[in-house]
Design a protein around this ligand. Sequence first.
Ligand code: ADP
Ligand code: MG
Length: 300
Amino acid sequence: MSQSPTSTSSLATADKAAVLAQTLPFLQKYRGKTMVIKYGGNAMTEPVLQKSFAEDIVLLQLVGIRPVVVHGGGPQIENALQRLGKKGQFIHGMRVTDAETMQVVEWVLAGQVQQEIVGFINQAGGRATGLTGRDGALIQARQLKVADPANPSVLHDVGQVGDVTAVNPAIITELQDAGFIPVVSPIAYGAQNESYNINADVVAARLASALQAEKLLMLTNISGVMDKAGQLMTDLSAAQIDAFFADGTLSGGMLPKISGALDAAKSGVKAVHIVDGRVPHVLLLEILAGQPFGTLIRAN
Ligand code: ADP
Ligand code: MG
């Protein structure tokens, strides 16, 4: 009985070879380069996407790229606080993080979410290492004061929410040199050794800048940045972003994401993309197939 060429997959053998051959220019371009990947949203909770994400990270490292993962976890924190019967209080979209809430944030991010991701990557054959911004004095922060949108001179205290003051990426490069894949939780330390929770997009952007990364990819739960009419913007300039901020096109989690993305682009990260984390193997498609996905953020 003759074996059908499509018996093991939908691609014929010759097509597989063609696909692999087409990755050559990308492999040549990106070998030895650092890429920071913000991992969040659906990609972090759906088993099929968890698996494809972990496989992509391991494959990228095997072909000589140096991936760094920064993870989020807002929904997981919310869930844990609810189970503990703690009601969240929000000021202008920011969770008021008292000492008890901060403890839960650290348990969930560093104890649960980060270690799950480390496990998936290791299961896929990689050697992931979890750390927070405390490890190796990676990320220092001070308390973030939130300006009142109606009266910007009024500053609100939202507790242990941090504003990054310094990034010392030595621990990351040491781990990369030793063949480990760093998985970073968005927690920083303060001058008095207090802990701060920081938006994971902001941490990813600051780390990408400090590492002068080749790419910053932010995986999210939407196809990319949408305009007022709900149309996907494949490309956004700094001027368009300013206009989007001013006319209210951006809201909620997209605000820190875009400002982080723009800061990273302006500070020398070569390519910054906000991509759809719901697409399986989106990292391979974007990095090794040159497939434009989501929104490219331009520095000017
Ligand atoms: P994550 O940080 O996990 O990627 P967030 O919820 O923090 O997810 O941020 C993404 C969300 O931002 C989207 O799901 C969407 O609801 C919201 N958003 C606000 N404005 C826009 C916009 N103009 N285009 C796309 N998403 C937007
Ligand atoms: Mg977010």
